[in-house]
Design a protein. Structure first.
Length: 187
């Protein structure tokens, strides 16, 4: 279920996304054996779907069509029979704490406050991490000083996301989270 390392390795592919200059659009992504995930993508935000073969969760990468100082990776996971409290606040917290543990260690942080997300029908939580060793340095591919991680539940799906940023000015997190908080799962 956790392919974050592989997915983060795909992030450089975002750099080659072509500018589409398309208006805001609804995009549907297939989720094998679990219907589709619908996201409302604003103009200027490109997407790339990584759909492995078999019954493996897909990953979606988002990045501004031109320029931009951030990239987003979204892992789509589904309800499993071993998690009776799927999507509960406690479950979302467990998932986020598991995903952020290696990054806390990497950044030298011992903790990062977890916040409840609002602004849409889907429940979610997130945290912010900062790699102080990279703050203020010129951007280099793969060296992201700022990271926001979160988990949003929509229907029987979990959207585990990471927003990697060279800069927080402007902060892309509110816009990206608005997309996820309004995502729709079509079983």
């Amino acid at each position: 279920m956790h392919r974050r390392g592989l997915v983060l390795a795909l992030l450089p592919l975002l750099v080659v996304l072509m500018a589409s200059n398309s208006p805001a659009r609804k995009k549907r992504y297939p989720v094998p054996g679990h219907g589709t995930l619908e996201l409302q993508l604003p103009e200027g935000l490109g997407d790339l779907l990584d759909q492995p073969k078999g019954d493996v969760p897909p990953a979606i990468a988002l990045r501004p069509d031109s320029g931009g100082s951030f990239g987003v990776m979204i892992i789509v996971a589904w309800r499993d029979s071993d998690t009776p409290d799927f999507g509960s606040p406690e479950h979302l917290r467990r998932v986020l704490e598991t995903e952020r543990a290696p990054y806390l260690k990497q950044t030298g942080q011992t903790d990062a406050p977890i916040v409840k997300l609002s602004g849409g029908p889907n429940p979610g939580i997130a945290d912010d991490l900062v790699d102080q060793s990279l703050v203020g340095k010129p951007p280099e591919p793969g060296n992201w000083p700022y990271m926001r991680q979160g988990v949003v539940k929509t229907g029987d799906l979990l959207l585990e996301y990471t927003i990697m940023m060279y800069s927080r000015d402007p902060d892309p997190a509110p816009g990206i989270e608005a997309i996820l908080l309004k995502a729709v799962h079509h079983p």
